[in-house]
Ligand binder design. Structure first.
Ligand SMILES: [Zn+2]
Ligand SMILES: [Zn+2]
Length: 112
């Protein structure tokens, strides 16, 4: 049993909540497989989710999670719907919120 806490991603990347980060396989941690559907990833279909420092019990590991475009696009949309209505910056001027901008950028990237 591992107790893992997902820490904030490197600033500027989309702050997507990941599924059970502590339970990710080694492949998923290094970005070789989608963190959501476990699909094997190639550069063309992978969306970078930002480097994460993950606390596992007393130590930390660094993960480089990636998702396939369909999963990442869906997660970004969900995160944006969750974030924007509660964010003053997004309500007043969507372009001024780094989180909102990062999520929209990820959605655009995922649609390619
Ligand atoms: Zn996927
Ligand atoms: Zn915002």
């Amino acid at each position: 049993m591992t107790e893992a806490t997902d820490t904030a991603p490197v600033w500027g990347r989309a702050p997507l909540p990941l599924p059970g980060v502590g339970d990710l396989s080694e492949e998923q941690q290094r970005g070789a497989a989608c963190v959501w559907c476990k699909e094997h990833l190639t550069a063309e279909i992978a969306a970078d989710l930002g480097e994460r420092r993950i606390r596992v019990l007393d130590s930390h590991i660094t993960a480089f999670p990636r998702g396939c475009h369909p999963c990442a696009g869906e997660a970004a949309l969900r995160a944006l719907h969750d974030h924007a209505p509660r964010c003053l910056r997004c309500i007043e001027d969507a372009g001024s919120c780094d989180i909102g901008v990062a999520l929209r950028r990820l959605m655009r990237e995922a649609r390619r």
